[in-house]
Design a protein around this ligand. Structure first.
Ligand code: HEC
Length: 186
């Protein structure tokens, strides 16, 4: 009897088993859906938390290039020897002596007060060459040395810039001294 009963049941048993499996699948699926719903929320919170200090940092970093401290007030007390030492980082690309050879960049003797693209023998970028009728005055050089690309877009001078106004003043005072008759201070 028992065998017969169970023999007639398998269909029903299959249906029940199928229903249980199906319910299980739905439970799993809703588990996934629930996770999908929960996780984006958690991500949003994390991104928000991280974004706060990042925004503050970006504002601080963005503040520096916007206003470049003028160099004129610093030049009177600038230190030519310190400028010469700081200009070591330019020496990979520039020579400083009178009649010195062009390297990656032009020789820099007599550049202060001279016209932009002042070397007759160096092959400048088109942008700098097109600025030939402007002179390198102290504030121009100050801005250029703070951020070369901002003053001469697409410049060939692959140099990030000097962020310290004091150091730029020292370097410009040194560049000024590279002349038979240095330009008057501003
Ligand atoms: C990676 C090489 C490189 C470094 C480092 C570099 N320069 Fe230059 N510099 C150049 C090149 C190349 C040019 C020509 C730019 C152009 O044609 O746009 C140039 C142009 C200049 C000019 C304009 C010259 C002119 O005749 O108008 C000045 C001034 C100058 N550099 C100063 C400096 C100083 C000061 C430093 C160091 C603080 C420095 N450079 C570091 C490659 C460099």
């Amino acid at each position: 009897m028992a065998t017969h009963t169970s023999g007639s049941d398998p269909l029903l048993m299959n249906k029940i088993a199928g229903a249980v499996l199906f319910a299980g699948l739905i439970a799993m699926a809703s588990g996934f859906v629930a996770e999908l719903l929960v996780h984006p929320k958690m991500l949003k919170e994390n991104v928000y938390v991280v974004a706060v200090p990042e925004a503050a940092g970006a504002a601080a970093a963005g503040g520096a290039p916007k206003e470049i401290e003028p160099v004129a007030p610093l030049l009177a007390s600038a230190d030519v020897a310190k400028g010469e030492a700081a200009a070591k980082k330019c020496a990979a690309c520039h020579s400083f002596d009178k009649g010195g050879a062009n390297k990656v960049g032009p020789n820099l003797f007599n550049v202060v007060g001279g016209h932009r693209a002042h070397s007759a023998t160096f092959s400048y970028s088109n942008t700098l060459a097109a600025m030939k009728d402007q002179n390198w005055d102290y504030e121009d050089l100050n801005k250029f040395l703070a951020n070369p690309k901002a003053v001469v877009p697409a410049t060939k001078m692959a140099f990030a810039g000097i962020s310290s106004a004091k150091e730029r003043a020292d370097v410009i005072a040194y560049l000024r001294s590279l002349s038979d008759s240095p330009k008057p201070l501003p």
